[in-house]
Design a binder for this molecule. Structure first.
Ligand code: SF4
Length: 470
């Protein structure tokens, strides 16, 4: 078992037994589910909308080279500098290079999961720069020195009391259970940071090839301030974020809001296409866009699983996943958790080390059903399992399949195995749940399927004896 698998198992076991943690997540998601379903019902035909979104993403991903070239040309035509990063390390170096070149000291950031993916904050802090997250949830988890718990709700695992305690300790604010007072405490600190920051850093929700624009959707206005106030703006995004046309957003923005946060539309939807143009009153003097590959093109080369790149990071599959809801986001030990994380992490970080996540699923299919872009998530989990076994079968798998081949190719052995299985089945209740149980862990919480009382051959013989038609 790999270290990552061992850690996942330990954490998952701990949190599944933690009823307080489970209660918090269920409560947080209950309100979300009500508004999500109300807004979903407001679509004239939700299934048609999903189909249209899936087809648009198919077009974007299957012609990614053309759309990316168009996006880059349009951005550069308005004065933006476009950088291509093959790996996380390259992206960090590019961003550090920009910051050093500008002799910057402080960076204000709005939410960007890609920056979590490449561990940007750690790299910037290690290089001596001050980095402040401006999204409230991200700001909270940054103060706690922990990664986001969820790709949309980074601090959903915390109570107001815990946040109040944190703010009192770290920001010196008065203890309160009032969400508005807590927000104001964070706001007082963050407003100063916007004014003094040299660099504004953002992620992106979509990138429009047709117009060369980055689309950012949010509820706090923090990404707007991050883009508007500092002299230099840097946006980091995965190459799969591209959409062909501006009009595609008419579908994608309400879909993302509906499944992401349960809103008809998020409060702020902004577009960035370059630095401040002559005559414009605000905006950055310089605009850099870093396009990140980081093994996405390897996934693109895999025709069977390519559609995992359709993901718009709405978080919907996490919210419905019975495993995520019990083990929580931090147990996964990855940037992207839940079903989509279990699908893409083995591609982004190594199949053998992360294959255990593909087993963190009951294969109930709730993730596939909710996904607004129709990614067949639970089948991808099965494909990951199959690919991992093909690439490197475990010792148990090797023994099991060799044994199976041996038995299935020898009728006498097969008959003996059948008789043995029936006998074991009778004895099983005596050892069930004990270490003598041949399927010890498996049968602790499940029943072994019964061995058929009669084989097909026996049934057929019986039919002939009874005079049934052959
Ligand atoms: S896989 Fe689908 S449901 Fe999950 S985050 Fe991505 S778009 Fe949303």
């Amino acid at each position: 078992m790999t270290t990552a698998a061992r850690q996942f198992k330990t954490q998952a076991r701990l949190l599944t037994r933690d009823l307080r943690h489970r209660g918090l997540i269920q409560t947080a998601l209950r309100n979300y589910e009500v508004v999500r379903d109300q807004n979903r019902a407001a679509f004239q035909d939700w299934e048609m909308a999903r189909q249209a979104a899936a087809e648009t993403k198919w077009e974007a991903v299957n012609h990614l080279d053309q759309h990316l070239a168009r996006l880059a040309n349009n951005l550069e035509a308005r004065g933006a500098k476009v950088h291509w990063a093959s790996t996380g390390q390259q992206a960090r170096e590019i961003i550090l290079g920009i910051i050093r070149d500008k002799q910057a000291r402080s960076i204000i950031k709005s939410k960007a999961m890609t920056s979590e993916e490449i561990h940007l904050n750690e790299a910037l802090e290690h290089a001596g720069f001050e980095v402040v997250e401006s999204d409230l949830g991200e700001f909270i988890v940054q103060l706690r020195k922990e990664p986001p718990y969820h790709i949309v709700f980074p601090a959903m695992h915390l109570t107001r009391g815990e946040i109040s305690e944190l703010f009192s300790r770290e920001l010196g604010s008065a203890p309160t259970q009032n969400p508005e007072d807590l927000t104001m405490a964070a706001r007082r600190v963050l407003r100063q940071k916007y004014i003094t920051a040299d660099i504004g850093f953002t992620g992106a929700n979509f990138a429009i090839a047709e117009t060369g624009m980055i689309s950012i959707t949010e509820n706090e206005g923090n990404a707007r301030l991050t883009a508007a106030l500092p002299r230099v703006m840097v946006t980091l995004l995965g190459i799969e974020k591209v959409l062909p046309r501006l009009e595609d957003l008419a579908l994608f923005l309400p879909m993302l809001a509906t499944i992401g946060t349960g809103q008809a539309l998020t409060c702020y939807n902004s577009f960035y296409g370059g630095p401040r143009q002559p005559g414009e009153p605000d905006g950055p003097e310089e605009y850099h866009v870093v396009l990140l590959d980081n093994r996405r093109t390897e996934l693109l080369a895999d025709a069977e699983q390519r559609d995992a790149l359709h993901c718009i990071r709405c978080g919907g599959c996490l919210n419905v996943c019975p495993v995520f809801r019990n083990v929580g986001g931090h147990s996964y030990g990855t940037t992207y958790s839940g079903p989509i994380g279990s699908v893409i992490t083995p591609h982004l970080r190594g199949l053998q080390e992360w294959k255990h996540l593909s087993y963190a699923s009951s294969l109930c299919g709730a993730c596939t059903e909710i996904c607004p872009v129709k990614i067949d998530l639970h089948h991808h989990l099965l494909q990951n399992r199959r690919n991992a076994s093909r690439q490197k079968p475990s010792f148990f798998e090797q023994i099991a399949f060799r044994g199976f081949a041996l038995v299935i190719n020898r009728p006498a052995l097969y008959r003996m195995a059948k008789t043995a299985a029936r006998m074991l089945q009778k004895l099983h209740p005596l050892v069930k749940g004990t270490r003598l149980d041949p399927a010890f862990a498996w049968t602790r919480t499940r029943e072994l399927p019964p061995v058929a009382r009669q084989t097909f051959k026996e049934y057929w013989k019986g039919r002939k004896k009874d005079g049934g038609a052959a």
